[in-house]
Design a protein around this ligand. Structure first.
Ligand code: PGA
Length: 222
């Protein structure tokens, strides 16, 4: 049985109250499963309370950030250093295409962020747009997220996603590859059934707690 990562990327959505009500719907209904890691990535401002709520309620959910600073703590106004984030997160989504596009993130900057994450024991989940995106050294989890599929309702085909995942794995057989882009409860199984795909990075469909639970439900037998 392969290990599955199901990662909810809330992007720039949900205030604290909304995140906590999402957690109150999803948390109690999630069944703890040894081979499934469910990770929620809210905005920075909610991380602390999300972490507290998960711990105090003993929900089987891990916490991730959607980004982190390429620098250590110090004079970097507006940045969130990995050493500070580590109090709340175990994972961090890095190099998302929305950051590359809207904030001019380069492969070099993503590599610097990966470095910071690893220094502070945060597991980087690096987004690549196809097999040609460079993968920084030391990365274990890759999310293949083709631009045309993100937030469009037009996912890649599971067959093509598998092909790209295989190509990514030829760079390093130990890489874990997730798929992201218009995943929902109707198409999630088709991706997970593919041999080289070990999880999903879910944006829009993760915002609806019932839809997110439907996705998890469908994957419980894998
Ligand atoms: P989407 O976003 O599920 O809304 O397409 C996925 C992502 O950008 O991580």
């Amino acid at each position: 049985m392969k290990h599955l990562w199901i990662i909810a990327n809330f992007k720039s959505n949900f205030n604290l109250e909304q995140v906590l009500s999402w957690l109150e719907v999803v948390g109690p209904k999630l069944i703890k499963k040894e081979n499934m890691s469910v990770v929620v990535c809210p905005t920075f401002t909610s991380l602390e309370e999300v972490k507290k709520k998960i711990q105090s309620s003993n929900y089987p959910i891990l916490v991730g950030s959607q980004d982190l600073s390429p620098f250590d703590e110090g004079s970097f106004t507006g940045e969130e250093a990995a050493s500070i984030l580590k109090q709340y997160v175990d994972y961090s989504i890095l190099g998302h295409s929305e950051r590359r596009k809207n904030f001019a993130e380069t492969d070099e900057l993503v590599a610097q962020k990966v470095n910071e994450a690893k220094k502070h024991n945060i597991i980087p989940v690096v987004c690549v747009q196809d097999e040609s995106t460079p993968i920084p050294p030391g990365v274990g989890i890759i999310a293949y997220e083709p631009i045309f599929a993100i937030g469009t309702g037009n996912p890649d085909t599971p067959e093509n996603a598998e092909k790209v995942a295989q190509m990514i794995k030829t760079k390093d057989a130990h890489l874990t590859v997730l798929y992201g882009g218009s995943v929902n409860s109707d198409n999630c199984e088709a991706f997970i059934q593919k041999e080289s795909i070990s999880g999903l990075l879910i944006g829009k469909s993760s915002l609806d707690p019932d839809e997110f639970l439907n996705i998890i439900d469908k994957l419980l037998t894998y």
